[in-house]
Design a protein around this ligand. Structure first.
Ligand code: PRP
Length: 193
């Protein structure tokens, strides 16, 4: 029997937008493209926390299964935040934790769970681009291109997400729902602000 908390948690989900298997298939396809483009070269995969925790883990493991991919893969994380606990972006990106490794001379691939207005990725591309990487690219699993406020390049995109408040697969509402293995639309009744 489910607890009240579990029932309430699941009842807040309006519908599944992309299933766990659709996400796995798309990450496999992204990995294949990335493997081709970086074949024989070292690659530093830089996940943007917290949201990109799952996509970074799954993408790097998918890359490891491919025969002719990058020569060696390093994984690092950077933590930034622009939304805080709000559903709206503050418009100001804050660095909470920098990379652990020096990126100079490396092929760096930024990995994001979602791009919305684009300010976070613009901030990261500018910051990291100033540190003399050998190359800099970005892979984003979920894209809301119709929400963009700045024009920022994205080399690898997984899905176009609908214009709904989405949670799961790394994306949260007030720090909850990140652990759902699929992307879901949250019921408007679940919002407390
Ligand atoms: C989310 C997401 C991206 C950013 C994208 O992070 O992970 O980093 O927003 O939005 P933008 O294109 O409008 O800038 P958030 O600030 O919510 O932090 P989190 O990853 O810790 O949830």
């Amino acid at each position: 029997m489910k607890s009240y908390a579990t029932d309430s948690y699941e009842a807040a989900i309006e519908r599944t937008l992309f299933t766990q298997s659709q996400i796995a298939e798309t990450i496999g396809a992204l990995a294949a493209r990335i493997a081709r483009d970086y074949a024989g070269q070292p690659l530093l995969v830089l996940g943007v926390l917290k949201g990109a925790l799952y996509v970074t883990a799954d993408l790097t493991r998918a890359l490891s299964l491919l025969a002719d991919g990058p020569a060696a893969i390093e994984v690092d994380y950077i933590t930034v935040s622009s939304y805080g606990n709000s559903t709206r972006s503050s418009g100001e990106v804050r660095m909470l934790k920098d990379t652990s490794e020096n990126i100079a001379g490396k092929n760096v691939l930024i990995v994001e769970d979602i791009i919305d207005n684009g300010l976070t990725l613009q901030y990261l591309r500018s910051l990291l681009g100033g540190r003399n990487p050998a190359s800099l690219g970005a892979c984003v699993l979920f894209d809301k291109p119709y929400r963009r406020q700045v024009n920022v390049p994205v080399e690898y995109t997984g899905f176009v997400a609908p214009d709904e408040f989405v949670v799961g697969y790394g994306l949260d509402y007030q720090e909850k729902y990140r652990n759902l293995p699929y992307l879901a639309q949250l019921r408007s009744s679940a919002f407390t602000e």
